[in-house]
Design a protein around this ligand. Structure first.
Ligand code: IVH
Length: 686
């Protein structure tokens, strides 16, 4: 084999590494495995070690290596780095657009719409295609020279591709994606150091590190979005073409950028990005609209420090600081005592927030919440508002710690906290009005007994006036009793009575789900019903599995009969045994059946058919009701499970299928759409 010339090999390696960096960081499409990349890199380092005279500043090895500087020197921006004016409403956006159109004397204007990246603006200077300087924005006229740190970002090319101009200053944003932020904070935690409050601060900290080796360990990203000085270049005529040119030079540009014509298209872009905000891998705090036509920009010019031709349309802030006024305790359906923060009302995430969940007492202690504290409240998208952290140095002298009440604030029964459980529970069961109310709401809900017309307010009235003390009482309500309630006409009373009559004929899965047993959701209720076929058989299994004090207790604790059911683990099995062992619950079951609740028995032995022995999971919105689909699967001899595992044969997925579909893909379980499912039922093969 002919010996490889190391100088030639070095060039090949540098070119290969640059190209893989570009594919990975700019195109987001890695072409080789990390280990292969590392091998190329090590080979490059070995050659450069042997021939230090060959090391050049644009070698991929030179991203880290410059000695730490004591402080950053100043860089004057030859073209100032401006900021953007903000707008917060459609009205303000229309104002902006009107000014642009009037300034240009045009009817409709094309903009580029871009994400407003929440990081730090930097300017990169390339001379003859080589990165010679990188600077922070600073005050806009001069910033800090952070070249050594910026060189460590793999998404920033050290050398431009193609035929770059003599001088090119590229402006863009350096930011830390969520994954990198989480990883960094995990490291901070492991080292016993304070976590960073948000990715932006973490990115700022990383960029201003005196030792570039530290910056290199933070997975910072860069997207280009504007131009500074340039020499020897015929400028493209639009922002879109400019971004395309930057892309061709090997610079990363966000693929969320779009061309939009006029305000309606701007608003549609805004709404779309706002909806996708939570799923993006990095923070954005709005969108930016820029006049696409660069010549038009010259005409409009600047006012103060911002261009007249661009505007940032900000998203509602997701975090705000407010005061924790009090902590109250809410009692849920299963008695769970949930601390809820009462807050000084604050506008955050597009709504006024005055309550936020605190999850459980462990969470309260972990965050060290005191009543009177200044707290950071977060409301992201449609997610329930939460208290993220305490602003520790603003704690008033009279702040009080939060105490878990010893007795239920609603019924006075003792609050119990089982060992190893984060959740404390009211021990009152259905004698607690709060548990009764939540339990009734659950029992009447659409996917349980489906009793139309029995809403929150009506149930409150029925409980307060003593008409209903458990779900069975609902079925004893007469049309007259109902008509006698506040704001109930005879017609609505008759409707509720009719709904109650209809609800007496139900199905076993619905009935089991309606009981509100801990850990028994809709899917588990289904599986239990199909497995045991009748309530009596389920009760018998619970009794047989119930732990006793006999010598074989250990075996009994394994709950073999219940755990023979698909998807029933030890937690669910324990919940079932516990629930059915309670005499109050057994009395309730008897009363419900005496009130006329009934359901058809389910054939337990697997039927013969095209699906015999196959396990299916049904998820998402499909053309037929879930009950009906499950019935068809069972009829065809198949089994239905609530969650996807390696034992699942098929996942039938409709619209808006979520984590189950993801899991199916991850495990390589075949996924069927409706047509393929119909086919499977017919032929036994999709
Ligand atoms: S253009 C003359 N485009 O927003 C206009 N800025 O408030 C120069 N930013 O300092 C900026 N995403 O840090 C532009 N797509 C984007 C941006 C963006 C984020 C930041 C940037 C700038 C600040 C202006």
């Amino acid at each position: 084999m002919p010996a490889v010339d190391p100088a030639q090999r070095l060039q090949v390696l540098r070119e290969a590494i640059r190209s893989h960096d570009h594919a990975y960081y700019a195109l987001d499409a890695p072409r080789i495995a990390d280990a292969e990349y590392d091998a190329l890199f090590r080979e490059l380092l070995a050659i450069e070690d042997a021939h230090p005279e060959w090391v050049s500043p644009d070698s991929p090895s030179q991203r880290v290596g410059t000695a730490p500087s004591a402080r950053f020197s100043e860089v004057r921006h030859s073209v100032p780095m401006r900021s953007l004016n903000n707008c917060f409403s459609e009205e303000e956006l229309r104002e902006f657009d009107r000014r642009v159109r009037e300034g240009l004397g045009r009817g409709e204007v094309r903009y580029t719409a871009e994400p407003k990246l929440d990081g730090l603006a930097v300017s990169l200077r390339y001379e003859a295609g080589m990165l010679v300087q990188g600077a922070t924005r600073g005050d806009g006229s001069s910033g800090e020279d952070v070249t050594a740190n910026l060189r460590t970002l793999r998404s920033i090319p050290l050398r431009l591709r193609g035929s770059p101009p003599d001088v090119l200053e590229v402006r863009g944003e350096v930011f830390l994606p969520h994954a990198g932020f989480a990883e960094l904070n995990a490291q901070q935690h492991a080292r016993g150091e304070k976590p960073y409050v948000n990715p932006r601060n973490a990115a700022a900290g990383a960029l201003r590190q005196l030792d570039p080796a530290v910056t290199a360990r933070r997975p910072l990203q860069f997207y280009a979005y504007a131009l500074g000085a340039h020499e020897g270049w015929v400028l493209p005529s639009t922002q879109m073409a400019l971004l395309e040119a930057l892309r061709d030079f090997g610079l990363p540009v966000s693929d969320l950028v779009r061309s939009v014509d006029g305000v309606p298209a701007c608003l549609a872009y805004y709404a779309d990005l706002l909806a996708r905000r939570a799923q993006l891998p990095f923070d954005i705090d709005g969108v930016v609209y820029k006049l696409d036509d660069l010549a038009g920009r010259e005409e409009l010019g600047y006012v103060a420090r911002a261009p007249r031709w661009a505007i940032a349309h900000k998203f509602p802030a997701e975090e705000a600081t407010t005061t924790l006024l009090d902590v109250e305790f809410q009692i849920g359906r299963t008695g769970a005592v949930t601390p809820v923060a009462r807050l000084e009302p604050v506008f955050v995430g597009g709504a006024t927030v005055s309550n936020a969940t605190l999850h459980n007492m462990d969470e309260v202690l972990r965050k060290d919440l005191h009543i009177g504290d200044s707290v950071i409240v977060r409301r992201a998208g449609d997610v329930i508002p939460e208290v993220k952290a305490v602003v520790a140095d603003r704690r008033p002298a009279d702040a009080r710690p939060v105490m878990l009440p010893a007795d239920c604030p609603v019924c006075g029964s003792p609050v119990e906290r089982l060992e190893g459980e984060a959740v404390a529970r009211c021990s009152g069961g259905l004698t607690c009005r709060a548990q009764l109310h939540a339990g009734l709401l659950h029992a009447v809900s659409r996917r349980a007994l489906d009793i139309e017309g029995l809403g929150d307010k009506l149930l409150t009235q029925l409980i307060e006036e003593g008409h209903v003390r458990d779900p069975a009482d609902l079925f004893a309500l007469s049309a007259e009793t109902l008509a006698g309630l506040d704001r109930m006409g005879e017609k609505s009373a008759a409707n509720v009575a009719a709904a109650l009559t209809r609800a007496r004929s139900t199905t076993l899965p619905r009935f089991l789900f309606s009981l509100g047993i801990r850990d028994v959701g809709e899917a588990t209720a289904d599986t239990l019903a199909r497995h045991f076929g009748s309530l009596e058989a389920l009760i018998a299994a619970c009794e047989a599995d119930a732990p006793t004090d006999t010598p074989d207790r250990k075996d009994r604790e394994r709950l073999p009969l219940l755990r023979a059911v698909d998807d029933v683990g030890i937690e669910v099995a324990r919940s079932l045994v516990h629930w059915f062992a309670d005499p109050r619950h057994r009395a309730l079951l008897a009363r419900l059946q005496a009130a006329g609740l009934q359901w058809p028995a389910i054939a337990v032995r697997p039927m013969e058919g095209p699906l015999q022995g196959r396990k299916l999971v049904v998820t998402g919105t499909l053309p037929q009701p879930r009950d009906a689909i499950i019935a068809r699967i069972i009829e065809a001899g198949g089994q239905v499970a609530g969650s996807v595992s390696s034992k699942t044969d098929y996942v039938v997925a409709g619209e808006a299928a979520g984590s189950k579909l993801d899991k199916a893909h991850a495990l390589g379980v075949p996924v069927l759409d409706w047509a393929a499912f119909e086919q499977l039922l017919q032929d036994g093969a999709p």
